[in-house]
Design a protein around this ligand. Structure first.
Ligand code: NI
Length: 169
């Protein structure tokens, strides 16, 4: 299975709102598998379908530690955060669509997310720590939101200009 190309800024698709997945079929499962492979190869801990140019509400995650843990791939279809904790924690986030950009972002440290799994079953998951951060980051992608949106306008414009310059070659 070949991995997929990850789109980067300033690709306008990154700003699109992804559409719900209507049916969990083999095509969606195959897409999830190739997305996981693409994410592991990158390497990254999360990837939204829109980042491989498929603007559908599908994301994959694995926040297990490479050296110490068994792989723990998670596929979320049509995820929806139904509860956010009150405590905020800062975390320096990166993004495969924004190479070399790091942004410290404060997000709720715990959440409950409802989603459909790769077998088409509805699931509820309570998450904390890095997994909670990654889920919020990836769901942001489904709504066209990027980590640079948490920067000051001045810094954000500088990053966008830099990526436009790179894209022009
Ligand atoms: Ni990202």
């Amino acid at each position: 299975m070949s991995k997929l190309a990850i789109i980067t800024l300033p690709d306008p698709l990154l700003r699109a709102k992804s559409a719900p997945v209507e049916r969990v079929d083999d095509e969606i499962r195959r897409l999830a598998d190739v997305m996981l492979e693409t994410m592991y190869e990158a390497p990254g801990i999360g990837l939204a379908a829109v980042q491989v140019a498929v603007p559908r509400r599908l994301l994959v995650l694995d926040v297990s530690e490479k050296e110490n843990d068994e792989p723990n791939p998670i596929v979320m279809i049509n995820p929806e955060i139904i509860k956010l904790g009150d405590m905020l924690v800062p975390y320096e986030e990166g993004c495969l669509s924004l190479p070399d950009v790091r942004v410290e972002i404060e997000r709720p440290s715990t959440l409950t997310v409802r989603f459909v799994d790769r077998d088409g079953r509805e699931q509820l998951l309570d998450a904390g720590g890095l997994l909670a951060t990654a889920i919020q980051h990836e769901i942001d992608h489904l709504d066209g939101r990027l980590i640079i949106d948490f920067m000051s306008r001045l810094k954000r414009d500088m990053v966008i200009r830099r990526f436009k310059k790179i894209a022009r070659g």
